[in-house]
Write a protein that binds this ligand. Structure first.
Ligand code: KIV
Length: 277
């Protein structure tokens, strides 16, 4: 079903059932107004930990906290009627043990109203994913470039080239077997993304992967041209709102300095004008 024809948010199982079907549409959101804009168009909205870089000016996602994810999750939820919300588990909130992951995932679910959480990692996180799913927490996995691990991955490099592709395939199989309802594939070669999509039974959500994935996700500020500090190759800009916003601010500043703003339309008379009969 298309997102526009839907009346209620899909469940993780509905997303799982879209394997091999009409591509699943997703964007990140961090605020209520942005969530409202995309609600009718997206199957799920991701409150990504990219919020740290995009809205808070952090150098990476590593400094993102549970409090930030919960606050932005609550804001996004207020803007959604039809799309499911997935909230990222931040760095340090789930890696220690399945029990730690459960405590924090349960907090995210209960305090934000999320339909699912997302966490980064493949085989190494399979036990944790199974632990969460068995306790009622739907999990979206995230493999390939996992930005919370840039310090061990050596930066924002393409993952899975050559022999490393075997490990990535094993990661995808492991998260699917553990019970993840979908898996994000970030920055992996197109042919590998296509092979993983063909071989794993759950939907693959590509970002810098392949049009053959079962769905796509982008960071909304990237695709709107609002976040322009850098532009990964996989980002397509559908608008240049950053440039437009700066031009609008410059025009406002000029009009304030020349007293062209406020004009007569923006100020109030002493007396209320009489109503025309
Ligand atoms: O944090 C994020 O925005 C993500 C991406 C997959 C878009 O995890």
């Amino acid at each position: 079903m298309s997102a526009t024809a839907r009346k209620t948010a899909p469940l993780p199982d509905d997303i799982r059932a879209r394997k091999g079907g009409t591509p699943i549409v997703s964007l990140t959101a961090y605020t209520t107004p942005m969530a409202e804009l995309m609600d009718a168009h997206c199957d799920f909205v991701l409150v990504g930990d990219s919020v740290g870089m995009v809205l808070h000016g952090l150098p990476s996602t590593i400094g993102v906290t549970m409090e930030m994810m919960i606050l932005h999750g609550q804001a996004v939820k207020r803007g959604l009627r039809q799309a499911m919300m997935v909230v990222d588990m931040p760095f340090g909130s789930y890696e220690e043990s399945p029990q730690q992951a459960f405590r924090n995932a349960a907090r995210i679910m209960s305090e934000t109203g999320a339909g699912a959480v997302k966490l980064e990692g493949g085989q190494g996180m399979a036990e944790t994913i199974a632990f969460l799913v068995a306790r009622g927490i739907p999990v979206m996995a995230h493999i390939g470039l996992t930005p919370q691990s840039i310090n061990t991955l050596g930066g924002y490099k393409v993952q899975g080239r050559g022999a490393a592709g075997t490990q990535l395939m094993a990661d995808a199989q492991a998260v699917a077997e553990a019970g993840a309802f979908a898996v994000v594939l970030e920055k992996v070669p197109q042919t590998l993304a296509d092979r993983i999509t063909a071989d794993v039974p759950i939907p693959t959500i590509g970002i810098g992967a392949s049009a053959g994935c079962d769905g796509q996700v982008l960071v909304v500020d990237d695709m709107l041209g609002l976040f322009t500090k850098f532009k990964p190759k996989f980002v397509k800009r559908y608008a240049n709102l950053g440039e437009q916003a700066e031009a609008a601010v410059a025009a406002y500043a000029e009009e304030v300095r020349t007293r062209a703003f406020p004009a007569v339309d923006h100020v109030f008379a002493d007396a209320v004008p009489e109503a025309k009969s």
